[in-house]
Ligand binder design. Sequence first.
Ligand SMILES: *Cc1c(COP(=O)(O)O)cnc(C)c1O
Length: 399
Amino acid sequence: MDAHTCLGEPRLLISHGALRHNAGVLRAAVGESVKICAILKADAYGHGAAGVARTLAADGLADALAVASLDEALALPEVGLPVVVFRPVENIYVGRQREQLEEAIGRGWTLTICSAAAAGDVARLALGMGKRAAVQVKIDTGMSRSGVDDGEAHEVIDAVTRQPALRLGGLCTHFACADEVDDVATGEQFRRFCEVTDGFVDSRAGGRRPLRHVANTAAMLLHPHTHLDMVRPGLGLYGIDPMGAASGRNLKPVMKWVAPLLMVRPVRKGASVGYGLTWTAPRETRLGLVSVGYADGYMRSFSNRAKVMINGTAAAVVGRVSMDLITVDLGSVPSAQQGDEVTLLEDDPASPASVYALAELGGTIPYEIFCRIGARVHRVVVEEDVGRDLSRRVFESAG
Ligand SMILES: *Cc1c(COP(=O)(O)O)cnc(C)c1O
């Protein structure tokens, strides 16, 4: 299948060339002795978790994969890497959790424990199956979100190590402010984590130490002393710098969002556009119609503010973004014709349609822009990020 044949509809082009490049940059940042746990939650931040998992595994670019939920773990393909589920195990008798947890234990996934009760619950399930469950203990060191308070962490760790049906695979925490260069909070969180975990050995496991891991992308890049045994990059794998576009770290955005110019229509000066008639043509111009809208995650707050790229030139989104359509002013792109490729989200960090620019316009962060892009937009894996030309090799289409 040629890339162009699939461009009759909006598509997310996912460059696995860029993904490999970013994994290499992150590997170089931590060296060979630190494990990399690739964060694939939220469908790999909208990039298609199955494809990302396969590429990372095939090329030896990650040592483990992590997701937020059991549902997400169940949706991953089997690629031969350890799987970590970060949502704490709680309420195991609610809904169908118990069956899902048994599946998780059976498959050897690492489950996250934040309470002694949860340790007991997982141990009971494992015992009933005649298995040993892998768990990690998440410690709260100041973010006050999930995790056992550091002051009580030893009780939970003891509750795990007392259970023959549990294997303590990891100790971890999560930073609140790792993307701030000079913040004191990260240093304080790291100090508290080390205070609880330094020198800890699982005596029952022959003195083996559980993996200690705390660093997300920002901590990996800005606070190298926090690498410990394993790091947990998400955003960086997808080519986005937590410090913003201008940090010059040579990450390559993996995602590009394109759609065809569905129709072109001339309008006279004074014509008004879209719901609420919020834009009025200041001159005679041509409007382009693109079949994408807020149902796809192209935010309504982009109305009259965002830019798209056509033939390398920016065109303004005019009028309100509606559920399935946007209109753009083609006055700046006289060459634009029906069927041309419109880029809604550019893989160039400096573009007016970069994820950084869209996040700014939407009053949000690149993570949320990615996560909002709906299932209606098919993901297409392309081998290399060779830009706009037609030599893009499409080798897989994920629907
Ligand atoms: C999402 C997440 C990460 C990855 O964070 P990035 O900022 O995307 O690198 C790491 N660890 C945990 C526990 C997470 O939930």
